[in-house]
Design a protein. Structure first.
Length: 280
C-alpha cells in the first residue's frame, strides 16, 4: 500500500492527535506506537527528540509501501481508541478518506472493525444468464463474483484467487448440467471439467475446421484454466500458500476467470441459435 506524501502528512496529524480528531499522543507514546508496528526506537531521556509531527511523518514514510502502513491506519482509527474521546471515529475516517481517495483507497468501519479498501477492483465485468435464478449453483456464481471484487478491495488477495477458481468451477458445472443430461458429478478436477464443457461447446482446438489463430486462443484457454487451478493451490487461501499473492496476481486470476466465463456463456448463447456443428 503506497500513499502519497499529502496523505502521509494527513495521517501523521491523526497519529499525533494534532488535528484534534484523534487522541493526543506524546513523544513516548509515539515511540511506543511505531515500535508496535516493527520500528525499534527509544525515547531519549535527556532530550533531543524531534517535533512530534516530524517524528510521526518520518516513521510513516519508512513504513510506506509495506503492510505496516495499513496497520498504522487501522491502529490510529481503532474504535477502542475513541471510547473516552470527545469526537467519534467516523470524523477521523472522513478526514483521512479525503486524502486516501487520491491514492485510490478508502477506510470503512464495518461493525467494530476498520477495513482499508482499494477503490478499484477487478476491471472485467461479468454478466450471466442465470441472474435472479434461485438455483443454488446460480446463486453461488453471484456470490463468487461479489466475493472476488470485495476481497480485492479489502486486499485479501489470497481469498480473491480462491474465489476466482470457485467462480469458474460454478460456471462450468452449470453449463455442463444445462447442456448434458449425463453430466458427471464434479470431483474437484477443474481441468477435466473444463475439457468436458469445451467438448460440449465445440471448442476443441484440434478441430480441423478451426483457423490456426483460433486454435492458439482455444489452446491458451486450457493453459489459463490449468494455471488458475495451480495458482489457487500455490497462492490461494484454501491451502498453505507457497507464495504470497499481490494485488496484480489477484486481478489476473479474477479477470482471467471472468473472461473465460464470459466467453463460455457467449459461446453457449451463440450455439443455441445455430447448429452447433457450424459454430465455434
Amino acid at each position: 500500500m503506497q500513499l502519497s506524501q499529502r496523505t502521509i502528512q494527513a495521517l501523521g496529524k491523526l497519529v499525533t492527535g494534532d488535528e484534534k480528531l484523534t487522541p493526543y499522543r506524546s513523544g513516548p507514546k509515539l515511540v511506543a506506537f511505531f515500535n508496535e508496528l516493527g520500528c525499534n526506537d527509544l525515547y531519549p531521556a535527556g532530550g533531543g527528540f524531534p517535533s512530534r509531527w516530524t517524528f510521526a511523518e518520518e516513521k510513516l514514510r519508512e513504513l510506506n509501501g509495506t503492510d505496516a502502513i495499513r496497520a498504522a491506519i487501522a491502529e490510529t482509527l481503532d474504535p477502542r481508541v475513541f471510547l473516552d474521546f470527545e469526537s467519534p471515529v467516523q470524523q477521523a475516517i472522513d478526514y483521512l478518506n479525503k486524502y486516501l481517495r487520491f491514492d485510490e483507497y478508502e477506510v470503512v468501519l464495518e461493525g467494530d472493525r476498520i477495513k482499508i479498501r482499494h477503490l478499484q477492483g477487478a476491471s472485467v465485468e461479468l454478466t450471466h444468464p442465470y441472474k435472479n435464478s434461485t438455483e443454488l449453483t446460480h446463486v453461488f456464481i453471484d456470490e463468487q463474483i461479489e466475493k472476488c471484487e470485495r476481497k480485492i478491495a479489502d486486499a485479501d488477495f489470497d481469498g480473491a484467487i480462491t474465489n476466482a477458481r470457485s467462480l469458474l468451477e460454478a460456471v462450468l458445472v452449470s453449463l455442463e448440467r444445462e447442456m448434458s443430461d449425463a453430466a458427471e458429478e464434479y470431483d474437484g478436477d477443474l481441468i477435466k471439467l473444463y475439457r468436458r464443457v469445451q467438448k460440449l461447446l465445440n471448442l476443441d482446438p484440434s478441430r480441423k475446421d478451426v483457423s490456426d489463430s483460433l486454435k492458439q486462443i482455444l489452446s491458451g484457454l486450457v493453459s489459463i484454466v490449468t494455471g488458475l487451478s495451480s495458482l489457487r493451490n500455490k497462492m490461494g487461501d484454501a491451502h498453505v500458500s507457497s507464495y504470497r499473492a499481490s494485488r496484480h496476481h489477484a486481478k489476473l486470476a479474477v479477470n482471467a476467470s471472468k473472461t473465460i466465463a464470459d466467453f463460455l456463456f457467449e459461446t453457449n448463447a451463440y450455439q443455441n441459435k445455430k447448429n452447433p456443428s457450424d459454430a465455434s
